[in-house]
Write a protein that binds this ligand. Structure first.
Ligand SMILES: C[S@@+](CC[C@H](N)C(=O)[O-])C[C@H]1O[C@@H](n2cnc3c(N)ncnc32)[C@H](O)[C@@H]1O
Length: 184
């Protein structure tokens, strides 16, 4: 949507490090991120929804709005998401505090966060928070534009994570890989 692209660009100019992408994710990347999710997943948490490209795909997969909680740091994106997606819980809070707002037992965390642009302690705290709320065996799903998973190897080892590449999406700017992380 043009309005989404314009808003995304404005927030990118205002805060390049935090947004850290040149455009919202494509619907193809959204579909790949939401693959396997549905009404059976239960509660789902999304980190860094921006203009809501992945949010739309999660809802289209069959997750009910009442089951979806968003953590978005940018107040303008948060206000726009609240207006665009009635019935969702939109929190203008950093993802590393998810465990303070969401009860354990979540069926999936879907993350559009730019983990590689963050200081190591911040990305570690985000993954830690995700696994505090995820149900045993439930996935942390993350995309990256680079060749390697964006969760650092030290964090993968610390939390005993199994990593699976579930998709490579050409039709995105830039092309992206999707990884699913689960506790072994
Ligand atoms: C690369 S954009 C992705 C936007 C959207 N998910 C997409 O795929 O089009 C990253 C988003 O993460 C948000 N963000 C960055 N750091 C965050 C944090 N610590 N907690 C929550 N959101 C954060 C940014 O404001 C931005 O909306």
């Amino acid at each position: 949507m043009l309005a989404d692209k314009t808003l995304f660009l404005r927030r990118l100019i205002r805060n390049p490090k935090q947004v850290s992408a040149i455009a919202p994710s494509s619907r193809y990347l959204g579909r790949a991120m939401a693959r396997g999710l549905g009404p059976q997943t239960g509660r789902v948490v999304e980190f860094g929804p921006g203009t809501g490209s992945l949010t739309r795909a999660i809802l289209a997969a069959g997750v009910a709005p009442s089951q979806l909680t968003l953590f978005e740091l940018d107040p303008t994106f948060s206000a726009s998401l609240t207006a665009a997606f009635p019935g969702l819980r939109v929190l203008n809070q950093p993802a590393d505090r998810a465990h303070e707002h969401v009860a354990p037992g979540v069926g999936a965390v879907v993350s559009g966060l730019p983990l590689l642009s963050m200081p190591a302690p911040v990305s570690r705290a985000i993954v830690a928070s995700a696994f505090r709320i995820l149900a045993p065996g439930a996935p942390y799903i993350q995309f990256t534009y680079g060749p390697k998973p964006s969760v650092p190897p030290a964090v993968i080892e610390e939390f005993g994570l199994a990593v699976e590449q579930t998709a490579f999406v050409w039709a995105n700017l830039p092309p992206a890989r999707v990884h699913s992380f689960t506790r072994k």
